[in-house]
Design a protein around this ligand. Structure first.
Ligand SMILES: CC(C)(COP(=O)(O)OP(=O)(O)OC[C@H]1O[C@@H](n2cnc3c(N)ncnc32)[C@H](O)[C@@H]1OP(=O)(O)O)[C@@H](O)C(=O)NCCC(=O)NCCS
Length: 178
């Protein structure tokens, strides 16, 4: 496998991020998300959101990109928790790996660096929400040492998804080797 390089994203990356986000999202949720979400959450919508996110970073935000021969093949974000249900742990979000390079360790690589960032910012652990029914992602997090700590309904206006909250109580040694 060609080498994977990680780097922090900036606003100039918004279009490439939106493209990868929409492609992986549609593949992942094709049997789970309502039709309206497929229509509304298109590249134009995501591009605007990513431009906003990258030009006005939230507390402790890191958006990390994984590139292979200068092509974006994965991404992930970390930052302050958006929900009390995360128990003050740092939040991991938007972990997406291109279908073509799945299961080659890129997700684990991104997660490790996102966890290092949260540790530097002195969070006591990491947490995230996974859509109920996204079994592959839940299995991935579980294989890397996360446990289920609760449930949550996404308040989002477009898709009120039912989610499982998964967490790690320590950041050193995360992710555990499967
Ligand atoms: C989930 C995802 C981020 C994992 O990234 P990845 O690069 O494919 O995963 P890795 O190669 O790093 O996997 C590490 C370990 O996790 C486990 N794992 C990964 N994918 C798995 C799957 N589909 N089923 C079961 N276990 C899995 C395995 O133990 C794997 O180690 P192994 O391949 O040596 O057995 C990626 O598949 C993805 O983008 N999925 C679609 C989007 C998504 O659901 N994102 C999460 C939103 S919460």
């Amino acid at each position: 496998m060609a080498e994977i390089a990680l780097r922090s994203a900036d606003v100039a990356d918004a279009a490439a991020i939106a493209r990868l986000h929409v492609a992986v999202w549609r593949q992942t949720y094709r049997d789970l998300a309502p039709r309206e979400a497929f229509t509304a959450l298109d590249e134009r919508y995501r591009l605007e959101k990513w431009r906003e996110k990258l030009s006005r970073p939230q507390a402790d935000q890191l958006v990390l990109l994984a590139e292979q021969e200068n092509r974006l093949v994965g991404m992930g974000a970390a930052g302050a928790p958006s929900d009390d249900a995360f128990g003050g742990r740092g939040e991991i979000k938007f972990l997406y790996v291109d279908q073509a390079v799945k299961r080659q360790g890129i997700g684990r690589h991104l997660l490790r660096h996102l966890a290092m960032h949260l540790a530097e910012r002195r969070y006591p652990g990491a947490a995230l929400s996974v859509v109920e029914g996204n079994r592959a992602a839940a299995a991935f997090y579980q294989a890397l040492g996360a446990r289920v700590i609760g449930r949550q309904v996404d308040p989002g206006p477009i898709w009120r998804s039912h989610n499982i909250i998964m967490a790690w109580d320590a950041l050193d040694g995360l992710p555990r080797q499967p």
